[in-house]
Design a protein. Structure first.
Length: 120
């Protein structure tokens, strides 16, 4: 649970950082945030049910589970859904920047092709 909590908080902090229009490195970093969400999504979404089952087993054997852990486990799916929603909003914010970068790369490629043709 702590790992998920830290991951979600880290995502929120990183998505709060502005991405300037002409900053390639920040754009790549922002795209890596979206990749991290996508890569971990299936793993995170499948871990909630086994954790609930584990808590049920512990309770059946009269093993105390901290209230903080129970609260975190109860709130974890909501944290994750919130992170995914932020990711979708973040992605829509990045799309114009990505489109601009694509145009810049294509222009650079065309200029390179012209230089190659000139010297060839």
């Amino acid at each position: 649970m702590n790992e998920l909590k830290e991951f979600a908080q880290n995502l929120r902090v990183r998505m709060a950082e502005p991405v300037p229009p002409d900053d390639y490195d920040k754009l790549v970093g922002a795209m890596n945030i979206l990749l991290a969400i996508r890569d971990r999504s299936s793993h995170i979404e499948t871990m909630f049910e086994p954790l609930h089952d584990m808590i049920a087993v512990l309770r059946r054997h009269n093993i105390k589970v901290s209230e903080d852990l129970l609260e975190d486990l109860e709130n974890a799916p909501y944290w994750w859904d919130s992170c995914k929603k932020l990711g979708y909003n973040y992605k829509s914010h990045l799309q114009p920047l990505q489109a601009k970068e694509i145009v810049r790369i294509k222009t650079s490629e065309m200029m390179f092709d012209r230089k190659v043709c000139f010297y060839h």
